[in-house]
Design a protein around this ligand. Structure first.
Ligand code: XIL
Length: 394
């Protein structure tokens, strides 16, 4: 998805406006309704993502919205072990191939999710049942090797280990993977790095934004990896919110910074904000929560992505969990794929941020050349940031 940036010199104060010709045609951030989320994400040098399943590819309304509004995709289930290797003797890449091929054709970046999911309930029974650590490691090596090799030319970013911590606690999860000896998380990252040395390697975790003490536990785990020179590039915060629980923007921003201070990229990888089914004010409240999450990411220079966990309310995984009153209505588009207040809030904040970043405020510079050079530099940095792999070198 290539965005063309142009500068418009706006009057004696040399106020620059930025516009983009992206998926929506002409995007003028000073008039946010002319822009899609994808246009604005490109201008801001971040990814805006959502999920994709193989059966959603044939839904023309779904994919039209996906292609118009988003720049990246996380396969919701198709690349997980339970999809790819449901039994020890059966490999099934059909859903993964469909989602990956579609995304590549559509020019969408892919977050490969996930190589090892450290939750037994989401691990194929045959794999979770391997009580011999040697057999478990052999199976893990085989899985990571097969999956990464198959998609190496198309999937440039992987959630290598997902949810190593207890869902609602601060200790290790009760996954079979913790029966592996020593630094098993580091071992999986080193394995992944050996298979595809140029892929971005990420860790991802649930609930660190609201489970008491979990952020500190996650930070400590990640710091240990960094200090052990484990080849890790990024840290994902899932940010699945609870109904009625307000986002603390400053806290979320600080949590993101705690990881970028370690020299890593960060991303909000699985955002959803469920609300009560009958609360009339819920959608406006939800919009303000979405806005705070996007604002926190935009405030942190190493925050590379915000991905919402599902495109429209009719697609959400939350309604099938049996935990919340339904419909939970947690996403940016409603059941008919109409944008909700949360969409408008996110879009407008992104547009305001583009405008604010593109307005030189002092009179120290003059001339359209300066502004044009600035715009080219911004585009160049955005393109480089979207393609490079800022592997830690120390
Ligand atoms: C969920 C999917 O959305 C569901 O369709 C599936 O049944 C279970 O997994 N954390 C993660 C995601 O890392 O992979 C999960 O996705 C949601 C929680």
């Amino acid at each position: 998805m290539i965005t063309v940036v142009t500068t418009i010199i706006g009057g004696p104060g040399f106020r620059a406006a930025v516009s983009a010709q992206g998926t929506s045609g002409e995007c003028h951030p000073s008039d946010p309704a002319t822009c899609t989320l994808a246009d604005l994400a490109d201008l801001l040098g971040i990814r805006i993502g959502t999920t994709l399943e193989d059966f959603e590819i044939v839904d023309s309304d779904y994919v039209a919205t996906l292609r118009r509004e988003f720049t990246s995709v996380t396969p919701e289930n198709a690349l997980k072990a339970y999809s790819i290797r449901p039994t020890q003797s059966s490999w099934d890449f059909s859903a993964g191939d469909a989602v990956v091929d579609y995304s590549v054709d559509a020019g969408l970046e892919i977050r490969g999710h996930t190589l090892v999911w450290a939750k037994d309930e989401y691990t194929p029974a045959w794999l979770a049942g391997l009580t011999d650590p040697v057999a478990l490691w052999t199976a893990t090596q085989e899985h990571v090797t097969q999956v990464m090799s198959r998609y190496a030319d198309r999937v440039r970013r992987w959630d290598v280990v997902n949810e190593p911590l207890a869902t609602l606690g601060t200790g290790p999860s009760d996954s079979v993977f913790w029966s592996l000896a020593g630094d098993w998380i580091g071992d999986v990252f080193r394995l992944a790095d050996s298979i595809d040395p140029t892929a971005e390697l990420w860790i991802n975790e649930y609930g660190t934004d609201w489970v008491p003490g979990k952020h500190a536990a996650y930070l400590s785990l990640v710091r240990d990896l960094v200090e052990s020179d484990v080849p890790i590039d990024g840290v994902g915060l899932q940010v699945h919110r609870l109904p009625g629980s307000a986002v603390d923007q400053a806290l979320l921003e600080q949590q993101l910074r705690d990881f970028t201070s370690l020299g890593l990229q960060v991303a909000v990888t699985e955002l959803d904000v469920p609300v009560a089914p009958t609360d009339p004010g819920a959608l406006e409240w939800q919009a303000s929560q979405y806005r705070k999450v996007m604002a926190a990411c935009l405030a942190v220079s190493g925050c590379r992505e915000v991905t919402v966990w599902g495109l429209s309310d009719r697609d959400t995984w939350l309604d099938g969990l049996g935990v919340f009153s339904t419909p939970t209505r947690p996403l940016l588009f409603d059941d008919s794929l109409r944008p909700k207040p949360a969409y408008t809030a996110v879009r407008d904040l992104m547009a305001q941020t583009v405008v604010r970043r593109s307005l030189p405020t002092t009179g120290g510079f003059a001339g359209s050349e300066v502004l044009t050079a600035w715009a080219i530099l911004t585009l160049g940095v955005a393109l480089v940031m979207s393609t490079r792999r800022p592997r830690r070198t120390s």
